[in-house]
Ligand binder design. Structure first.
Ligand code: AHM
Ligand code: MG
Length: 355
């Protein structure tokens, strides 16, 4: 047994020493997210019981309403945070517009952006899924938050993290002072510090990509993946491929073991060269964590954390993981994907501006 047992609550409180002027609101906000995670974890572990207790949208044998898990997760995070006076506005991947704080409640200095349950195709098949969250400080001048508070570049994040609902539930977060991981002990209902100051290993083990999309890839991405496989590059040992299709789970594994996750922009549609993932809910918070752990994240051209978002649900290509692998991805794209880069830049400039 380790000499000290550190709960997430204590860890968050002790981290306040880095912010001597903090009022405690930030600390409480992180703690509310941890509490939401416990509620969501309780439901994800019962997910398989839906078949015998009733389908989503119907009544179960107890006469209770069954909800889809992603809707449930979205509601839990919203309701845990709408009335605390700590937030000025929220945004969820599940909702089309920004989420104002209801008029009857006070507002605060922080902004919460979340993907309540990422990896939706894995929800029904008992494969790891996750919650991703990002916290900014309010920048707009009015009393209540606006879209301007949401559309901030990742380099302005005050904190970010994720929860993985896997063999065990873990919460991993950073406030800009390292990345720390906590494992939920279900018998006592506490997140306990299990991974302090995570650093992504320099020697990578894995690459993670949906190889089924290869026919849509740009020439640079094709060559890059061949390089990862050791087909190009003198005497390079191939990396093993691992792909769960749950960003949080794929990212978590590569963070601990070393490697790269990529969801590139592709040539599928001339209208959308940006790939699938969302800048605000997925790419930016994980990029913040990855950089804190000594890794890198880019869209193939610039660091994810430098990108100024233009719209709430903006998509972005993502290359994230060990620093040298991300640098090499950028080099391949620079060398072989000029046509795609032009289209991507042009498309990004057409994104609607902040209103
Ligand atoms: P979602 O937000 O609808 O769950 O989609 C995001 C997920 C990521 O978790 C995952 O990495 C990716 O989509 C997988 O996409 P694909 O099935 O195209 O490989
Ligand atoms: Mg998602």
């Amino acid at each position: 047994m380790p000499s000290t047992l550190m709960t997430i609550e204590r860890h968050i409180l002790e981290s306040q020493r880095y912010a001597p002027h903090a009022t405690g609101a930030f600390t409480q906000l992180l703690y509310d997210i941890a509490l939401s995670a416990k509620l969501i974890a309780r439901e994800t572990t019962r997910a398989g019981l839906v078949d015998i207790l009733g389908e989503a949208g119907s009544n179960n044998v107890h006469g209770e309403d069954q909800q889809k898990l992603d809707v449930y997760a979205d509601e839990v995070i919203f309701r845990m945070n709408d009335h605390t006076g700590r937030l000025c506005v929220m945004a969820s991947e599940e909702r089309p517009d920004i989420i104002p704080i209801p008029e009857q409640f006070d507002t605060g200095r922080y902004v919460l952006i979340y993907d309540p349950l990422d990896g939706s195709s894995n929800i029904d098949v008992n494969v790891s899924i996750g919650t991703i969250f990002a916290i900014f400080r309010k920048i707009s001048s009015g009393p209540r938050g606006t879209l301007e508070d949401i559309l901030q570049p990742g380099k302005q994040l005050a904190a970010a993290g994720y929860v993985i609902y896997g063999a065990s539930t873990m919460m991993v977060y950073s406030t800009g002072h390292g990345v720390h991981g906590f494992t939920l002990d279900p018998s006592v209902g506490e997140f306990l510090l299990s991974h302090e100051n995570i650093q992504i290993p320099e020697t990578p083990m894995y690459y993670s990509v949906n190889q089924g999309n290869e026919k849509y890839w740009t020439p640079g991405v094709r060559r890059y993946v061949k390089w990862l496989q050791g087909i190009y590059g003198e005497g390079r040992k191939p990396l093993s491929q691992r792909y769960i299709g749950s960003l949080v789970a794929d990212f978590h594994r590569n963070l601990l073991k070393g490697g790269i996750y990529l969801y590139p922009g592709d040539l599928r549609s001339a209208d959308n060269p940006n790939g699938k993932l969302r800048l605000l809910y997925e790419a930016a918070p994980l990029a913040f964590l990855c950089e804190q752990a000594g890794g890198k994240a880019s869209d193939g051209i610039v660091p994810i954390l430098e990108i100024q978002p233009h719209s709430l649900h903006q998509r972005v290509p993502l290359f994230i993981g060990s620093a040298n692998l991300v640098d090499t991805a950028n080099e391949f794209i620079r060398s072989y994907d000029r046509a795609w880069v032009e289209r991507y830049i042009e498309h990004s400039q057409q994104e609607p501006a902040i209103t």
